[in-house]
Design a protein around this ligand. Structure first.
Ligand SMILES: [Mg+2]
Length: 178
């Protein structure tokens, strides 16, 4: 079996976008969102180096991301594809995307662990020796449900979460996994 580090996208790979106090996605008020246009997309500092280092440590690097904003009409398909073309330039071994909305009843949308479990089956991943790095409760809950160790990147909005490990910047992940 192999071990893996699962990465959330928005808030881990790239910066989230602050939409202010009055922004709604699918009738729910949401302040911080994914980039909705390629021009908004910015990699977070250190992500490229972290992915390369994690690979050298013998872990698969797997992106697991919810992207419902296409279905909600906020993110044009072609902008999503331009953004993902940037992400695919990084050294991920595999990418899992859930495009469903909150009430679609899928099994893949975090906080459900479907994407992690599908990846585990596909790659023969040993989940207890794997990690999930995220920035929200959805990432933490998906990690717990899949039985992987949870890591939260602090952003000033997630201090209430209680992951297995907390890091202040991406490069610090290298002090946790080894
Ligand atoms: Mg996120």
């Amino acid at each position: 079996m192999v071990k893996a580090v699962f990465f959330d996208r928005d808030g881990v790979v790239n910066e989230v976008i602050d939409r202010g106090e009055n922004f709604f996605v699918g009738e729910k008020k949401v302040r911080f969102t994914a980039p909705h246009h390629h021009s908004e997309f910015r990699f977070k500092s250190g992500i490229k180096e972290v992915l390369e280092a994690v690979g050298k440590l013998g872990y698969l690097r797997i992106l697991v991301t919810n992207q419902p904003d296409i279905a909600y009409g906020k993110l044009p398909q072609e902008q999503h594809e331009r953004i993902m073309a940037e992400v695919k330039n990084l050294s991920f071994d595999d990418i899992f995307i859930c495009f469903h909305r909150r009430n679609d009843g899928c099994l893949c949308k975090k906080p459900l662990p479907g994407m992690l479990l599908d990846a585990a089956k596909k790659w023969n991943i040993h989940l207890p020796s794997s990690y999930m790095i995220g920035d929200t409760d959805n990432d933490l809950l998906a990690a717990r449900a899949a039985g992987v160790r949870s890591v939260i990147v602090s952003d000033g909005r997630n201090d209430h979460l209680e992951p297995d490990s907390r890091i202040q910047d991406l490069l610090s992940i290298l002090e946790i996994i080894n």
